[in-house]
Design a binder for this molecule. Structure first.
Ligand SMILES: *Cc1c(COP(=O)(O)O)cnc(C)c1O
Length: 462
């Protein structure tokens, strides 16, 4: 199994190499050269298996000879052992024909744990075998950073630096990043927005001298291994509702397009998925693009679902690559136009996208109203991101096909919005007690590439 860049100018890599490098050197994202297909019998055979066993069977063909069967199985087991629910990704019924896939039972209470816990294990194994050390730098609007710190803290083969926008993450999110005491964890509060953090991260990757000097590695959702880990729960959920003998649809609260792209891969692998519905908040570039064909960035408007406050959806590039018939030159051209503000998707490509994806958006008021309604009528407390999904799902579901909405975070991660809507302040799970008592460790830093690189060099020298 080899991985190629969406911009067509970087060498093809193995699974392990693509995972360790993150972003391709031509600025593109890695995708598998071909997507392996599971037969209906293969899918039927997943019935009744544990989450871990399903994960092994779904991901195995993508990994090639980067890990042996035995090692890969062991690492999967370790990755999910710390989850607070035996099913890992339980499915609960919201209404006839509407289900909620709870992806918030991991250590940091958001779906990011599914991928991050696994790649923590895969990185440690691969780097120890190679005798190498890498510097992971990540940008976060909140959830990615805490999930990465939780997954990589205390590992010998990595230092992890997380850039988050100072004053713009929730207190729970901040404390999850600033309270781990391990020496290889570095939480950096940047004076700027999330988009500034992401831009500085990209600058670091494009500073090839620095990139090679510190052996920079990326774990943002553009890392293929993260997308792959997320493919698994589309299978486990669909199979538990009767796939392959029943077709299902999914609605996914979407920001960087990583999670829903995993659903698209599941569909390409043969999972019978009717529709993949993109749910956005008021930062609706993807919804506007699917509706009009124009992909044009605007200003980020802060919302109560901050993990989706994004104007450039990085993983959308992977969907465009397929929609343009895997023409890397065409994708590179679009990304050049994006630097100037945006681009128009060609008629053919737009049609190709609409064959798989639908879209909708939820305003702030609609999100709050959905939290209130879900609590009053179904007894379910939704986080604001999941509420965006439920609202859009209700507009798109049909009687013929069950709809599965992804619940991407635990309501206790966003207690203010949930309390405002429902009157109930959700409590953190037992296992996270103490978060508010632990000492915080964080470094404030300017929104400046040189300042950041200098700080990272100094820390690594210690
Ligand atoms: C990251 C995140 C999202 C968006 O996921 P993408 O893969 O970026 O589309 C949605 N909800 C929550 C809670 C998140 O943390």
């Amino acid at each position: 199994m080899r991985y190629i860049s969406t911009r067509g100018q970087a060498p093809a890599l193995s699974f392990e190499e693509a995972m360790l490098s993150g972003l391709a050197r031509d600025g593109g994202l890695y995708v598998p050269e071909t997507v392996p297909v599971m037969s209906r019998d293969d899918i039927r055979a997943l019935h009744g298996l544990s989450y871990e066993e399903t994960a092994f069977r779904v991901m195995r063909p993508f990994v090639g000879d980067s890990f042996t069967d035995e090692t890969f199985g062991d690492l999967i087991a370790k990755a999910y052992a710390g989850f607070g629910h035996g099913a890992r990704a339980p499915l609960v019924q919201l209404a006839p024909g509407h289900f909620l896939l709870e992806l918030f039972h991991g250590p940091t209470l958001a779906f990011k744990d599914f991928a991050m816990q696994l790649i923590g294990q895969l990185f440690e194994e691969a780097l120890t075998r190679r005798g190498e050390h890498v510097t992971i730098v990540g940008a976060t609007s909140g959830d990615t950073g805490s999930a990465a710190i939780e997954a990589f803290k205390g590992l010998d083969a990595v230092d992890v630096f997380i850039l988050f926008p100072h004053g713009r993450v929730s207190e729970v999110q901040r404390r999850q990043m600033t309270t781990p005491g391990e020496a290889n964890v570095h939480a950096l509060a940047v004076d700027g927005h999330f988009d500034d953090c992401q831009a500085r991260l990209k600058d670091m990757f494009n500073d090839f001298a620095f990139r090679d000097e510190v052996r920079l590695a990326g774990v943002n959702s553009i890392n293929w291994a993260r997308v792959l880990a997320q493919v698994v729960y589309y299978f486990s959920a669909a199979v538990s509702l009767g796939a392959p003998d029943r077709t299902v649809s999914f609605t996914v609260p979407t920001g960087n397009f990583g999670d829903i792209f995993a659903g698209y891969i599941a569909k390409k692998m043969g999972l019978p998925i009717d529709r993949l519905v993109i749910a956005t908040n008021q930062n609706d570039i993807l919804h506007r693009c699917l509706s009009s064909g124009a992909y044009r960035k605007g200003e980020v408007i802060p919302s109560i679902s901050p993990s989706m406050d994004i104007q450039i959806s990085s993983n959308f590039e992977r969907a465009l690559f397929d929609a343009y018939g895997r023409d890397g030159g065409a994708v590179a051209q679009l990304m050049e136009e994006l630097k100037e503000g945006g681009f128009g998707v060609s008629q053919g490509a737009l049609q190709a996208l609409r064959e798989h994806f639908e879209s909708g958006r939820a305003s702030e008021e609609e999100t709050l109203a959905t939290i209130a309604r879900a609590h009053a009528t179904m007894g379910e407390l939704l986080c604001p991101h999941s509420a965006v999904g439920v609202k859009v799902a209700d507009e798109h579901r049909t009687a013929a096909t069950p709809m599965i909405t992804l619940a991407t975070a635990h309501p206790a991660k966003f207690p203010d919005a949930v309390e405002q809507a429902s009157g109930i302040r959700p409590a953190l799970p037992e296992r996270m007690a103490g978060l508010f008592d632990r000492e915080e460790r964080v470094t404030r830093v300017a929104n400046d590439l040189t300042a950041l690189e200098t700080l990272i060099r100094e820390r690594l020298a210690k």
